[in-house]
Design a protein around this ligand. Structure first.
Ligand code: HSE
Length: 447
């Protein structure tokens, strides 16, 4: 154990005492904030029993104090979040604002002034986990963020506590409800991309700017958090290779369906072993062909699921609501109970532990399989030229399917596993071959 780790053990914390009230500052009153407030208020007695003392929201920081908020006492509302956090009667800060810079400032202010924090903000945690964890350690307080990954599914607690005695090999998950809703609607109802996105937004799954969903950034933040905890190694948002679903067409979905696959946007976090035996980790997000018999292929609508492979536990799958106000509020409130209990009784939750500090593997090092859909000339020798190209790169083909067109043919090739970098080189070389008219799509196979 290094010096910094042993120093962390020195922080002990005494509680306020059984029956004492925990004062809460709620930062943000959108869909999630309003649900947190309602549930805490309606179930106040139950929360007091679970915590060991009452939990009281003593202030709510919002942007616009004039907006009507029925059922919320106006004296709780303030537009000065920093002043609210600094009040002596606040023990716990709940951040449900979203964004990065402003919440970062507020969360750091809270942690530095000795207040525990519960946040649902994956972008903030994925970008600034080191800084936030250090501030929590320095002050000896808790930083909880269960709601940051897949809302109501207890992913953070499962990785941090339940599987703390195991070695995680791989985590592959559907962790974005909006994109799963869109892909599922395109596959099952034939909805267009735009129709499905509009419906996901109306249902409250999508981020304020759905670019973060459809470009895969939201899932990449969650991948960074899962990989960091699962592999005891800091993996940041910028370490995650990220491709979204904006290029997926109805044709891709139909071709996948014909071949027995569903297209899912997967976040994949993987422990890899290099030829010299050393271990590295990789995290990535991209559309993936998932065999219909795999449990992840059955995850429909806006549901999320996380498939974990661990050395001793084997395969586990966690399934449920990964987006929306209520499911997110459920995860936030679970954290509120945990943090408030520690405030009352003393002690701290398990914090960050990045002792393994494994190198992050480049995406090119990952082993993968490609599904390549292309239009080729319909004449003798074409298949030979294409298979020769794969052979030159040492990649063997698993299946080749041809459909005749008018003057051309559609060729769908599925490769055996090879390094991502090698397959990328093959795809660019295919584009140069006279025999290949267009490469329509390249989608990786998993999970
Ligand atoms: N926009 C996100 C999703 C919400 O669609 O899953 C939770 O991060």
């Amino acid at each position: 154990m290094d010096a910094s780790n042993s120093q962390l053990q020195l922080h002990s914390r005494t509680g306020k005492g059984e029956g004492e009230t925990v004062g809460i500052a709620l930062l943000g009153f959108g869909t999630v904030g309003a649900e947190v407030f309602r549930l805490l208020d309606e179930n106040a007695d139950a929360f007091a029993h679970r915590i060991g003392g009452p939990a009281e929201i003593r202030g709510i920081a919002i942007q616009n104090k004039n907006k009507l908020r029925p059922g919320v006492p106006s004296e709780l509302l303030t537009d000065d979040a920093k002043a609210l956090i600094s009040r002596d009667d606040i023990d716990l800060v709940v951040e449900v604002i979203g964004g990065i810079d402003f919440p970062r400032e507020l969360v750091l202010t809270a942690l530095n002034s000795g207040k525990s924090v519960v946040t649902a903000n994956k972008a903030l945690v994925a970008a600034h986990a080191d800084e936030l964890a250090e501030a929590a350690e320095r002050s000896g307080v808790d930083l909880y963020f269960e709601a940051a990954v897949a809302a109501a599914i207890p992913v953070v607690g499962m990785l941090r506590r339940s599987l703390a005695g195991d070695q995680i090999e791989r985590i592959s998950g559907i962790v974005n409800g909006t994109t799963n809703y869109i892909l599922d609607a395109m596959e099952s109802t034939g909805a267009s991309y735009d129709e499905a996105l509009a419906e996901a937004t109306r249902l409250g799954y999508a981020e304020a700017d759905p670019t973060a969903d459809v470009e895969g950034h939201d899932a990449a933040s969650k991948a960074a958090i899962m990989a960091s905890i699962g592999f005891h190694t800091r993996v940041k948002f910028e370490d995650v290779h990220c491709e979204g679903i904006t290029d997926i067409t109805a044709d891709d979905i139909a071709a996948a369906n014909d071949a027995g696959y569903s297209i899912k946007l997967l976040a994949i976090c993987e422990r890899l072993r290099r030829e010299d035996g050393s271990e590295v980790v990789n995290a990535r997000v991209h559309p993936t062909l998932v065999a219909k018999e795999h449990p992840l292929a059955t995850v429909s609508e806006s549901y999320n699921a996380i498939f974990v492979e661990a050395e001793a536990a084997g395969s586990l799958m966690f399934y449920g609501n990964g987006a929306g106000g209520n499911p997110t509020a459920s995860a936030v409130l679970g954290d509120v109970v945990g943090a408030a209990r520690n405030i009352v009784h003393g002690g701290r939750a398990p914090g960050e532990n990045t002792y393994a500090n494994l190198p992050i593997a480049d995406f090119g090092e990952v082993d993968t399989r490609f599904h390549i859909d292309m239009e080729v000339q319909d004449r003798a020798g074409v298949l030979e030229a294409i298979s020769a190209l794969f052979a030159q790169h040492g990649v063997s083909l698993r299946t080749v399917r041809q459909e005749d067109g008018e003057d051309t043919a559609r060729l769908i090739v599925v490769t055996h596993a090879a390094k991502e970098a090698t397959l990328e080189n093959i795809v660019s070389a295919l584009g140069e071959l006279d025999e290949v008219k267009t490469v329509h799509s390249v989608i990786r196979l998993g999970s």
